[in-house]
Design a protein around this ligand. Structure first.
Ligand SMILES: O=C(O)CCC(=O)C(=O)O
Ligand SMILES: [Fe+2]
Length: 222
């Protein structure tokens, strides 16, 4: 039986996370350093053991079409390093929420959706899109390796693209519906893969049955 992994240390504390969250109504997405090299390596090691499938290359129809050029793994074990990172992130967000008044999110928020994405060098990335409406509150993406451009933009044509730094170990934090009572979702995209890249996304999916990664990840009696 595998032991549940220890939670990682974060390079940004609750105050820095709170400050980042408070900027989201105006900026749509912000980023900050989160994980040191050893932690990133542990997550990379685990990510290399997962099973991947090609992302559906085209989703949506007509003008709403989105192209995706990556592999995805949604089968992330809850008891490993990625699960421990999700739990730590969830706790850190709640510590940050407690520092902010009014509260940024007046609804349940737990991280119950983990996805690892692998993009080859030269990938077409993911064209401008909005994340699914079921992903509420805060959307987190941590870069584990590689280089690309992550940008927020005004529409599907990538108008007014504004890059959000996403170096290895950094958290890109994007607002999801419900944050500060805002229900719209920012358009964003990833492109310019000058190196292969691996990212991990942490989200709250309103459609998921009750039970966050935090609860699911606990070993019996733990
Ligand atoms: O890999 C990333 O940085 C996240 C890309 C994205 O926007 C998504 O998967 O919805
Ligand atoms: Fe997205």
């Amino acid at each position: 039986m595998t032991l549940t992994s220890e939670p990682p240390a974060f390079e940004s504390g609750p105050a820095a996370l709170a400050e980042a969250i408070a900027r989201l109504p105006a900026e749509d997405a912000v980023s900050l350093p989160l994980l040191g090299g050893d932690t990133v390596q542990g997550l990379l090691d685990e990510s290399s053991t997962l099973t991947y499938r090609p992302a559906t290359p085209v989703i949506g129809a007509g003008e709403r079409r989105v192209w995706q050029d990556c592999e995805v793994s949604c089968a992330v074990p809850r008891e490993g390093a990625l699960g421990a990172c999700a739990r730590r992130l969830q706790d850190a967000f709640h510590e940050a929420f407690a520092l902010l008044s009014p509260t940024p999110l007046a609804e349940r928020f737990d991280i119950n959706d983990l996805i690892v994405q692998r993009y080859p060098k030269g990938s077409g990335g993911i064209t401008p899109h909005r994340d699914h409406i079921a992903y509420r509150g805060l959307i987190s993406v941590i870069t584990l390796s590689g280089i690309c451009r992550f940008a927020v933009c005004r529409d599907r044509s990538a108008a007014e693209a504004r890059p959000v730094p996403a170096p290895v170990g950094w958290l890109v934090l994007m607002r999801g519906p419900g944050l500060y009572g805002l229900e719209d979702r920012p358009f964003h995209f990833v492109d310019r893969f000058t190196e292969p890249r691996i990212s991990v996304g942490f989200r709250h999916d309103r459609r998921a049955p009750d039970g966050s990664v935090a609860t699911l990840g606990l070993s019996p009696g733990g």
